[in-house]
Design a protein around this ligand. Structure first.
Ligand code: FMN
Length: 210
């Protein structure tokens, strides 16, 4: 698939058929993630591919029990329904043939260490160095999503499940300072009629200084 066509036609897929994704395709997709740009070329990402059904079920249980905690909060029915909606948007992915945990690995930055040494606060630090690791991982994930789409697979990128990070990191043996930052799911779409989400017009997001 031509690059611009892939970019324009990619859309989030949340329902998948049971068809298996061959390992060589999984590796092809991850190879696209591997070559993404990253701040100081730190490549601060690790991808854990989860195909085992029992592990996927355990992931779902950990996320469900975290949301069950939130549902205990003294909140209105309206808010509780929102929490339930987020619970669904956090767990459906465990039904997909391929789950991928995205892990941020540690990175040392000379400039960040200097800023800390010279007294800059955490909030100033975030303004001066706007999360280079997460931005880089985003670039890597987008490569992965486009590669999956160009091979005919559907995929979804999820951060909502990460509210259960403690239990999930324990389950997946992710040790500090590494952090679980996203899940991805990949599979053959159940159908091809996913409605594209509305996007802003170019005029709304672009300005020129000429
Ligand atoms: C950083 C990020 C986090 C997301 N988290 C979730 C999520 O937790 N659950 C979910 O169902 N979709 C999630 N999505 C998918 C978005 O809802 C989707 O990308 C958006 O609605 C635009 O639709 P499109 O991908 O089809 O263009 C996430 C997307 C991004 C980029």
């Amino acid at each position: 698939m031509e690059l611009f066509e892939a970019i324009k036609t990619r859309k989030t897929v949340r329902k998948f058929s049971d068809k298996k994704v061959p390992k060589e395709d999984i590796l092809k997709i991850l190879d696209a993630a591997r070559v993404a740009p990253s701040a100081t070329n730190s490549q601060m990402w690790q991808y854990i591919v989860i195909l085992n059904k029992d592990v996927k079920n355990k992931i779902r249980e950990v996320i469900n029990s975290k949301y069950d905690e939130f549902l205990q909060w003294d909140e209105s029915e309206e808010i509780k329904n929102k929490i339930l909606m987020y619970k669904n948007f956090s767990t459906f992915f465990t039904e997909a043939p391929v789950n991928i945990a995205v892990v941020e690995t540690s990175r040392t930055s000379v400039m960040e260490n200097l800023f800390i040494k010279h007294g800059y606060s955490d909030s100033e630090l975030v303004r001066m160095r706007p999360m280079p690791s997460l931005l880089s991982i985003g670039a890597s994930i987008e490569n992965l999503l486009l590669a999956a789409h160009s091979l005919g697979y559907g995929a979804c990128w999820l951060t909502a499940p990460i509210c259960a990070y403690e239990g999930l990191e324990k389950l997946l043996n992710i040790e500090k300072p590494s952090k679980l930052v996203s899940f991805l799911c990949v599979g053959v779409p159940e159908n091809n009629n996913v409605t594209p989400t509305p996007k802003k017009e170019l005029d709304d997001i672009v300005s020129f200084i000429e």
